[in-house]
Write a protein that binds this ligand. Sequence first.
Ligand code: AQP
Length: 333
Amino acid sequence: MQRVFSGIQPSGIPTLGNYLGAIRNWVPMMDDHECIYCVVDLHAITQPFDPKTLARQTREMAAALIACGVTPDKCTLFVQSHVHAHTRLAWLFNCVARIGWLNRMTQFKDKAGKDRENAGAGLYVYPNLMAADIHAYHATRVPVGEDQKQHLELANDIGEKFNHDYGVEFFPHIEPIIQGVAARVMSLRDGTKKMSKSDPSDQSRINLTDDADTIALKIRRAKTDPEPLPAEMAGLEARPEARNLVGILAAITGTTPDAVLRQHEGQGFGTFKGVLTDALVAHLGPIQAEMQRLLDDPGAVDAALRQGADKAAAIAEPIVQKAEALVGFLPRA
Ligand code: AQP
């Protein structure tokens, strides 16, 4: 069975984008892969964050994952900072990766913005930590969006250079499991920008915890255009906001965008947004109820995460100790 690693940052309440693009796909993968799923709090502090809310957000993210069906019994679910193997291997990788490789990473350029000199060093070496997350488990399959492909290539470059430098075949090649473009959910305020949990505008996204009234309001206010819906997706090429709402309804109801259009052809957005709201409320309601039930007993969530961290460390410790031995460190007596 192939070993999968995937992570999600506790940088806010998970959005509909995180759910449709990542979390929902994690569930069926547990049937035929050995899955290691991680709430990556070390990554979350590479961008501005609030130390007062980080722990709560981390637990909430874990509860959201479990509520969406990422059952701790069927996978290894844990918090990144609870397993020290990640940072130890990341340090080795800081010394393996070349500055020139990191300079090519487009996500750093996007996230650092114009004031690059002032960006945190953690944001710069983020891809090395991501490489460590995966290689610490000898994971060979990683579900990623298009935007993360470059980081995965870097993880392979790092693994290969380590193997070459130390004359071993130690870190395996990682294959991406690419999620389709349709899995990319866009902002409700700007159809060219992805929906993001850290977007300053709460109106730009559906949070998994939004109640029915909030969902209805956000969808009602979602940017659209006055044209009716066409018969086929080709007719939505220049209408990114409309395309996004059609894509969301298709994803949430388990059909294709073209099938949605066949059913709603000629409709204006007043009617269509009502249908979309009802579908979202029906789909997210049970997830929210389960998440609330879990958060009413935070001790149980924390206990599940502790067990997950024990399981994760049992896999990662021997691998990272071996890497440290290859580097030549004196073992602790
Ligand atoms: N809008 C999206 N559509 C589809 N998939 C998405 N993902 C994120 N946004 C969308 C997927 O969610 C997973 C976890 O992402 P992450 O938390 O590691 O960071 P991110 O990709 O940067 O997500 P956010 O929500 O935009 O977080 P912030 O605001 O903290 O940067 C990934 O698999 C991602 O592809």
